[in-house]
Design a protein around this ligand. Sequence first.
Ligand SMILES: Cc1ncc(COP(=O)(O)O)c(C=O)c1O
Length: 416
Amino acid sequence: MRFLLDQDRMPTAWFNALPVLPTPLDPPLHPATNEPVGPDDLAPLFPMALIAQEMSTEPWIDIPGEVIDILSLWRPTPLIRATRLERALGTPARIYYKDESGSPAGSHKPNTAVPQAFYNMSEGMTRLATETGAGQWGTALSFACTQFNLDCKVYMVRASYEQKPYRTILMQTWGSEVVPSPVDDPSHPGSLGLAITDAVRDAAGRDDTHYALGSVLNHVLLHQTIIGLEAKEQLTLADESHPDVVLGCCGGGSNLGGIALPFLADDRVRLVAAEPSSCPTLTEGRYDYDFGDAAGMTPLLRMYTLGHEFIPPPIHAGGLRYHGDSPIISNLVNTGRMEAVAYPQGKTFEAAIQFANTEGKLPAPEAGHVIRAVIDEALAAKETGEERVILFNFCGHGLLDLSAYDDYLHGRLIDA
Ligand SMILES: Cc1ncc(COP(=O)(O)O)c(C=O)c1O
């Protein structure tokens, strides 16, 4: 069952969670001085419009018309009730998912790639540098750069570069230059933290280039709130007054924040993060200031972290292999507003395959994590006979992750 919004009902402003967090966010600190950073410290890397959004306390921020035009290529996205999955589980729960897999890049990532490219173009940049894990963010930014005639260089975590050659081809099709990271050690599997170091170093060294980050930062979660804002309206179309629980997988926190933050003020709604047990940032990390990258070049953020030198095992959910987490998501977990669960890789593929065999769509390995958590919620509702309303974000398809499914189906998956 699909619940569709007309094109003219697409949100025209993003929801800013900063003014309504349970406690104010601690400021980012300068890596050299340990003093709070100001806009000028961030100016070599980001356009002023994004720096302003990063710190804004306005409750709503208008989406520029040029951005809306491009988002309209695939938005509003459908809200789908997963009745076949419900039936297979024999659960009284009603499961709804927001399908973000229909974007040009196949995930939620273009929701922020497009405004980031737009603001950079508007402030005179001609080139962007970025990192990518599984390649979803790199493809999203590559697509966005084509729309604004920007050059793009992508530093791709080497483990994923080797596991997912088709993502590289897609980025190259959209005109980007893609290199494996770390650039200076061909035997290293890489990590998001190391790839961020490579991309930040590139951007800091050139006047025509800024850096773009696909997750973690406040402005990225802000851009993703379009997902939850649409979902809220679509649940009304489905005659649901509110979800009982909203879930997303969590790497840096952007797709989870996108679907969950618009429900923040509603105490009836539980919020849940699903992460890999091989990179258990929220469930086992410490809540502390740490660097966003491996070499300690970025500002220090107060977040859950496994330590900026942590190198996760090369699981297929490349987008969830990050040592830290969004300060907003970390704040919510630390204050008890959000729960977090962690799963080993094998269990997430079991869930992804059950989803593919009921709902038909092949989840990205990252999405397998949230689907595992959703199935567990639905089975818990079955135990208690509860009509729980479950909403989750289907953050991306796995059609370019078939080697991961091949490994699972042939018993080669490391159950990290
Ligand atoms: C499909 C997909 N889902 C989730 C993530 C994790 O990122 P975030 O936690 O920012 O949504 C990624 C990151 O690359 C991704 O590609």
